[in-house]
Design a protein around this ligand. Structure first.
Ligand SMILES: Nc1ncnc2c1ncn2[C@@H]1O[C@H](COP(=O)(O)OP(=O)(O)OP(=O)(O)O)[C@@H](O)[C@H]1O
Ligand SMILES: O=c1[nH]c(=O)c2[nH+]cn([C@@H]3O[C@H](COP(=O)(O)O)[C@@H](O)[C@H]3O)c2[nH]1
Ligand SMILES: NC(=O)CC[C@H](N)C(=O)O
Ligand SMILES: [Mg+2]
Length: 526
């Protein structure tokens, strides 16, 4: 049995990051909603409990509180932001609605020489104070500490930015150690779970796989599962994991909508059907997709058509199976955060992701989403541990609607064929570079591709006049795809790509490079 950390979620946008940091420390953890019962807390067997942040204010009645048992069962407790505020309130301290709200970077003075912070700091002031560079996001603050607590950290705006009752091993911070902007955040959480809670650092990817496999078997029983396999990272890793769990009960459906990259279909079939022994149905739905897309120029209309036709195909394929009760998806945590955010804040829809998530009721399939707690880089590590080739796991993401959102305006087969070839040249040239560390520009960019512009311009080739189409190259660097910088590719490389495309792809006589960031542009052009 692993020792385990219980994380109680008060609704923060970044709760899963806490779980991720604990995983990175090699310790097992699970996230539960804050309102589990006292009995649950007593029986769970946690080596320590972490209380997350959250959008509410403890100064208002009827807002979330931790089960009282959290503070009674004698295990260490770590409060973060709202978690600190409710800890203070529940143990007899005082929280006030702040007059100054603090969002973003702050420097915090570490105080009190606690077991948690000893020798952790980012720099020392001339007066000899240890300082931490942290990330804050709060309005309320603790004004009086509960009995038994001493001051652990402070800022000018927030005199009680950290507090500790070392007797009971209760620790709390107003800032967020789980985000990477808090430089020592991982060190602080690692120390909490190892030295303060006494957990062994014995939890690793093979254990994760074993537990996920067991959970999938429990959930699915003897039912059949279908999975939309794109050849992208997420659905490939999901397929490998589910296949490990239930073998032939899994059927993957790979849809070729005629808008895939060059040789994509061949590659996916070889990899999965031939090398990994996974059952894959290759559906050539080119006619169906292209037929419905004919004459349609509006980007949202195109996306909706593609989403609808995907569902049609999955529907038809699941009907052919005897006992298909589940639709598996490669949904990962950022997808979950984004959709929750949309529900709460009524944000504008910038793009309708084709997402199989918006499935019609009539499909009558339950969802199986074994990756929904993981971040992209963790999914990649999982893929490698499952034996998928490095090159597949570290591919750039490719959107479900494929070249459909990279051919501006009406999608035509002729355009898709030109774009596929231009794109393959760009990617090949990126892969062929190498810096001193042995990294290629493909590795150093997060996503790179060509875009087809259905406008013609005049050129001169071999003394003859040409009047042909334009291709735009796009390459971006990003952590989370929510914001992105355009990649500063070397001019020689761009020149080489441009030369090859114009020389090798008849029909293209001009290549341009996209130098827009996100925001204000988006990564895809439609
Ligand atoms: N051509 C396709 N055939 C079948 N399913 C698809 C296809 N394209 C996309 N999907 C489904 O849509 C889901 C979402 O696509 P998305 O691009 O976000 O993930 P991915 O393709 O698995 O990974 P990546 O982000 O690396 O491209 C996929 O997990 C897959 O289930
Ligand atoms: O599976 C997907 N279905 C979609 O409909 C879709 N639209 C955009 N993307 C990918 O999402 C990331 C952000 O893209 P944007 O900046 O263009 O919104 C980039 O990685 C895009 O490739 C999609 N992925
Ligand atoms: N990030 C948080 O947990 C915020 C806590 C609380 N809602 C505040 O604004 O102070
Ligand atoms: Mg994809």
């Amino acid at each position: 049995m692993h020792s385990k950390i219980l994380i109680l979620d008060f609704g923060s946008q970044v709760t899963q990051l806490i779980a991720r940091r604990v995983r990175e420390a090699g310790v097992f953890s699970e996230v539960y909603p804050y309102d589990v019962s006292d009995e649950f807390i007593r029986n769970y067997g946690a080596a320590g409990i972490i209380l997350s942040g959250g959008p509410n204010s403890v100064t208002e009645g009827d807002t979330p509180r931790a089960p009282q048992a959290v503070f009674e069962i004698g295990v260490p407790v770590f409060g973060i932001c709202y978690g600190m505020q409710t800890m203070a309130e529940q143990l007899g301290g005082k929280v006030e609605m702040g007059h100054v709200r603090e969002f973003g970077y702050a420097e915090v003075r570490a105080r009190g020489h606690t077991a948690l912070l000893k020798d952790i700091s980012d720099f020392t002031t001339p007066e000899g104070h240890g300082m931490l560079k942290v990330w804050m996001s709060h309005g309320d603050k603790v004004n009086d500490m509960p009995p038994g607590f001493k001051l652990m950290a402070s800022t000018p705006n927030c005199p009680i930015a950290g507090m500790a009752d070392e007797e009971r091993k209760f620790y709390a911070f107003q800032f967020h150690p789980e985000v990477t902007h808090t430089v020592q955040g991982q060190a602080i959480l690692t120390r909490f779970v190892t030295e303060i809670c006494g957990c062994k650092q014995d939890w690793n990817m093979p254990d994760y796989i074993a537990e996920a496999v067991e959970a999938i078997r429990q959930q699915v029983g003897s039912d059949e599962v279908i999975l939309g396999l794109s050849g992208g990272v997420d659905s490939s890793v999901a397929a490998a994991l589910i296949h490990r769990a239930i073998g032939d009960q899994l059927t993957c459906v790979f849809v070729d909508h005629g808008l895939l990259r060059l040789d994509e279909g061949k590659m996916v079939m070889e990899m999965f059907a031939n090398n990994l022994g996974v059952k894959v149905i290759h559906v050539d739905a080119t006619q169906q997709f292209m037929g419905h897309l004919a004459g349609v120029t509006d980007p949202e209309a195109k996306r909706k058509i593609i989403g609808r036709e995907f569902v049609e195909v999955f529907h038809a394929e699941s009907d052919k199976l005897k006992n298909a009760k589940w639709l598996a998806q490669g949904t990962i945590y950022p997808d979950v955060i984004e959709s929750a955010g949309k529900g709460k804040k009524a944000a504008h829809t910038i793009k309708s992701h084709h997402n199989v998530g918006g499935l019609p009721e009539t499909l009558n399939l339950k969802l199986l989403e074994p990756l929904r707690e993981l971040f992209k880089d963790e999914v990649r590590k999982l893929g490698v541990a499952l034996g998928l080739p490095h090159a597949m796991v570290y591919r750039h993401p490719f959107p479900g609607p494929g070249l459909g959102v990279r051919i501006l305006g009406e999608v035509k087969k002729e355009f898709a064929d030109l774009l596929r070839r231009a794109d393959a040249i760009f990617i090949e040239e990126l892969r062929n570079t190498k810096d001193e560390q042995g990294q290629s520009w493909y590795d150093k960019t997060s996503q790179a591709f060509a875009v087809f512009l259905p406008v013609k311009s005049v050129g001169v080739m071999g003394d003859g006049r040409t009047y042909e189409y334009v291709v735009a190259l796009r390459a971006v660097q990003t952590q989370d795809f929510m914001t992105a910088h355009w990649a500063h590719l070397p001019h020689e490389l761009l020149g080489q790509v441009s030369n090859r495309i114009i020389n090798e792809v008849r029909g293209i006589n001009r290549v341009v490079y996209d130098i827009s960031g996100k925001p204000p542009a988006t990564i895809e052009w439609e």
